[in-house]
Design a protein around this ligand. Structure first.
Ligand SMILES: [Zn+2]
Length: 248
């Protein structure tokens, strides 16, 4: 049996603790088997498991917490949970952004909706690209805020996945709405060059759908737009139900 629990068990365990470690609130979660411990029996029964951060998982592994205390964390995790926040530690002088079907190289303003910036980068004094995202629901409720790589999840998500590697943030809301941000390194297309760092943003909120390799809005489909070192990327406006688009 593989020690990594299946996706549905991981989801139950994350939700139970309010998407943060029940000891310290850290959102970078791992999954601990305690009743019975993995060494006694291999299982993925969520009732005998709990989501903890790496530090408190290590402490739980040496029986720092009793089974009763862990059960108490499970029962009261949501009640004690705080705002879920973390940080992307990726700092690069060259960064590629892939947002739906928009491919941007070293571009600062990525996406603007109704004259408000939604996805953009600032550069710090070391010239690193720092990610900024401000996504609100069609009714104006904040969903995700990223300020210079620091992220805070808002609203009422049904799931938040953020593994300890710190490269992925995947937030799901009801009605199939989601926000997903992932940093990765990909091989350079010039053979032997150093790898390229990519941040990939996907989301579906209201009428806007930035999926893998496509962007759709009412009456609009965008495929494969490449921008290299531009000041600005994609603009969308909606006025009285009419949608317009601008690029670059
Ligand atoms: Zn912890």
């Amino acid at each position: 049996m593989n020690r990594t629990p299946p996706a549905d068990v991981r989801r139950i365990l994350r939700r139970e603790v309010g998407f943060g470690c029940p000891v310290c609130g850290n959102p970078y979660l791992t999954y601990h088997h305690f009743d019975p411990p993995w060494c006694e029996k291999e299982h993925h029964n969520p009732e005998g498991m709990i989501a903890l951060c790496l530090e408190h998982h290590s402490k739980a592994d040496v029986n720092t917490y009793t089974k009763e205390q862990l059960r108490d964390f499970k029962q009261n995790g949501i009640a004690h949970s705080k705002e879920v926040r973390g940080r992307f530690d990726w700092l690069r002088n060259d960064l590629h952004a892939v947002v739906g079907s928009l491919y941007c190289t070293n571009t600062l303003d990525i996406f603007t909706f109704n004259r408000k910036r939604v996805i953009w980068f600032n550069r710090d004094k070391e010239n690193y690209f720092l990610l900024n995202v401000q996504i609100v629901s069609p009714s104006g409720e904040e969903m995700l805020l990223i300020e210079d790589n620091d992220w805070i999840v808002k609203g009422n998500p049904i799931d938040i996945e953020s593994p300890p590697s710190g490269k992925l943030l995947n937030i799901k809301y009801c009605n199939d709405e989601y926000l997903r941000i992932e940093y990765k390194e990909v091989p350079s297309n010039q053979g032997g060059g150093s790898p390229l760092t990519v941040v990939e943003v996907r989301y579906k909120v209201g009428n806007l759908d930035f999926g893998p390799g496509y962007i759709t809005a009412p009456g609009i489909t965008i495929t494969n737009v490449c921008l290299d070192r531009c000041d600005s990327g994609l603009f969308l406006w909606e006025q009285n139900g009419r949608w317009s688009i601008g690029i670059g």
